[in-house]
Ligand binder design. Sequence first.
Ligand SMILES: [Mg+2]
Length: 228
Amino acid sequence: MTIRLVLFDLDDTLFPSTEAYQNGLRAAWKRLRKDRGLSWSEFDQAYQRARQDVKKRLGTSPAARNRLLYFKRLVEIVYGSPHPGKVLALMSAYNACWSTVDVRSPRRVLRQLARRFVLGVVTNQVGEMQMRKLARLDPDGRYLKVVVTSEEVGVEKPDPRIFREACRLADCRPQEAILVGDSWKDDVQGALKAGMRAVFLHSGSVRRSLPSGVHSLSRLEDLPKWLA
Ligand SMILES: [Mg+2]
């Protein structure tokens, strides 16, 4: 069946999130260093502990990914109480990170594909943060016609319901859709469960033999040519 809808994972598929997160943490550390004199490794340890505390408590709830809660917990660890002003200052320093990464190449891919397909995003994250990334990629909504976050849907990838919701919004059947993502479990397996095809974005060599309906690519930039 012909492909009409191309859905993308957002983090580290369309948007270089790992690089941005690292830049954001460095910026937050510089803010905290001013009045606390923490070294980078002390800061990073406290952040990882705060993140684990939040994740342990919230499990698979989308709130378990909320940076504001990580910084609130971090401030509690470092200062012994919440200090809302400091929490917001860290969050604001962190949020400068979205503009520190280069998105020209994924934007080019979106522009090329939008001429021939309906495009969308399916992502496990809180909506606020994903809007910041999407505002870099496609601020005017010219390319991405469907955006579904786990926070809105209440379930996370690889739950097939989140993929089916994206198909429903795009008025496409799963058989007419393909999902492009860098996570074997969340993206590829989830898409297959939902009845879609998948492209596994994978920088190294793929050792496993790929099931029917799955193709692997090492670079997002190769997608337009492959879909043609
Ligand atoms: Mg990803």
